[in-house]
Design a protein around this ligand. Structure first.
Ligand code: SF4
Length: 320
């Protein structure tokens, strides 16, 4: 049996899972849509990995990250729970020695992480403006009837990328329509859109940040060659795209699990057969004071295992 580590990154849009060996080699990975059902998505994802690898690997540790990291940690029995900034920084640092900047663009959000000497010194996130995220490109690609996988190919063929206003998704779309009406070709418009997204990212998330090479570009959007070229052009040097750029958060969680179990000694992983466990959440409004907190309760096979949402700790103390 191969000693292995499981990392799970659960966000509002996607759920990424990886299994890697002790040396950081990826043995399996999966990308699933969260679809507002994080519990079921994690259960299904773990079971699918189990069908693929349960006979070959011995899970020595597991970690979670992403916006649903605490919930996920209770589902799988995580040994470590860390925020996305730490997880992405750990994964990129293992990939590129002495990485100084991480550009991360996902479907619904984007972030920048600044590292110096292997330590995170600054970061910023954008969860508000759609123009700096992958969903904007998805929308424009479908409006132009171009499959998103071919978007980068179009951008690569551009000779004179048109300048498209990228300050906001609504302006960008109307400006793009205007440029189409003026007769610009699709390749130049697509490249212009990529450049607009990069400008938007730099003016919002990257504002005031010292962006030094090496720069790692990760997240699902890093698969888009048009974006890679636009970043290279803007920065004046080449950004590096890791092979597993879409699951770096989960990879970071797996590395963190490896370190945590090294100290803790034993994993709390519940195993791959999660379908046998019934997980359920309920909530109620506490009437203890005017805060009227919505207290969430999490059950495993009818046993209450966690509560959160109470600002004063009143309900937390009664768990167990
Ligand atoms: S949980 Fe605490 S802070 Fe929240 S409503 Fe109840 S008593 Fe008030």
């Amino acid at each position: 049996m191969i000693k292995a580590y499981l990392g799970v990154d659960v966000g509002s849009v996607s759920t990424n899972l990886v299994i890697m060996d002790e040396n950081g080699q990826l043995l399996a990975s999966s990308y699933l849509r969260t679809n507002g059902r994080p519990i079921q998505t994690v259960q299904e994802g773990i079971q699918a990995l189990g069908r693929e690898l349960a006979q070959e690997v011995n899970i020595m540790g597991c970690g979670t990250t992403g916006s649903a990291r605490y919930l996920t940690s209770m589902i799988i029995g995580a040994d470590v729970v860390k925020n996305e900034i730490t997880a992405h920084a750990i994964a990129a640092s293992h990939e590129i020695e002495n990485v100084h900047t991480i550009i991360e663009i996902g479907g619904q959000d984007s972030k920048i992480i600044i590292l110096r000497g292997g330590v995170v010194t600054d970061f910023a996130m954008n969860t508000v403006c759609a123009a700096g995220t992958g969903s904007f490109l998805d929308q424009q690609a479908s409006r132009l009837c171009i499959p998103i996988e071919e978007f980068g190919g179009y951008a690569a063929k551009a000779r004179n990328p048109v300048r498209i206003a990228g300050r906001c998704a609504v302006f960008a779309e109307s400006d793009m329509i205007h440029k189409q009406q003026l007769g610009h070709n699709l390749e130049d418009i697509v490249a212009g859109l990529c450049e607009a997204l990069v400008r938007n990212y730099m003016n919002n998330v990257g504002k005031g940040k010292e962006i030094l090479a090496p720069v790692v570009f990760q997240g699902g959007v890093a698969a888009n060659l048009g974006l890679v070229q636009a970043f290279n052009k803007y920065l004046g040097f080449e950004v590096l795209v890791p092979r597993h750029h879409g699951v770096m958060g989960a990879i970071g969680a797996a590395y963190l699990a490896r370190d945590a179990v090294g100290k803790k000694g034993q994993t709390s992983f519940k195993g791959f057969d999660l379908e046998k466990i019934d997980f359920r959440t309920t909530s109620f409004e506490c009437k203890g004071c005017s805060n009227a907190c919505e207290v969430v309760q999490f059950f495993e096979n009818k046993n209450l295992i966690a509560r959160w949402g109470d600002r004063c700790g009143k309900w937390e103390l009664q768990v167990g």
